[in-house]
Write a protein that binds this ligand. Structure first.
Ligand SMILES: [Zn+2]
Length: 150
């Protein structure tokens, strides 16, 4: 059996630079969570999903700490929060301009490239406010559940 020690013992160089770059102190917990989040393809996670992954990886961290860390990363511009409804927020590692399909059955998000959505009209923002970003979440459900009367 092949040993891949370089993979399992890879130094935290990339995530360390990532945290320092935005002025966040690289605590052990932040580094471990950043490694789970950013060392792979772009993804969408909830605090609960990331907490589960941390436990699987034997990282001692509470759900509250995971939640706080996700919000700190979001405030620092490392993540984008996607609010699907009042009960559920996802955190997206993809910071490029894009929107989302939300699969109600599975609770998954899938990216929609930004140029595939055209917004035809917007209300004026409230006094003193400017529009920063537009997040479109298109909720989809399997057709057989949506049109179940035929
Ligand atoms: Zn996304």
């Amino acid at each position: 059996m092949e040993m891949t020690t370089t993979e399992t013992q890879r130094p935290y160089t990339r995530v360390l630079g990532c945290l320092r770059g935005v002025g966040l102190r690289p605590t052990r917990q932040r580094l471990a969570l950043a490694k789970l989040l950013f060392e792979g393809p772009d993804r969408h996670v909830t605090a609960e999903i990331l907490h589960g992954e941390a436990r699987t990886a034997s990282i001692q961290v509470s759900l509250a700490t995971v939640y706080n860390t996700l919000h700190q990363f979001t405030a620092a511009g490392l993540l984008r929060e996607i609010v699907v409804d009042s009960q559920r927020s996802y955190f997206d590692t993809n910071m490029t301009d894009h929107h989302h399909f939300f699969f109600e059955g599975s609770g998954e998000l899938k990216d929609i490239p930004g140029d595939q959505v055209v917004v035809a009209g917007l209300p004026a923002p409230p006094p003193g406010m400017a529009i920063k970003r537009i997040d479109i979440v298109v909720c989809v459900e399997n057709k057989k559940y949506l049109f179940n009367n035929n």
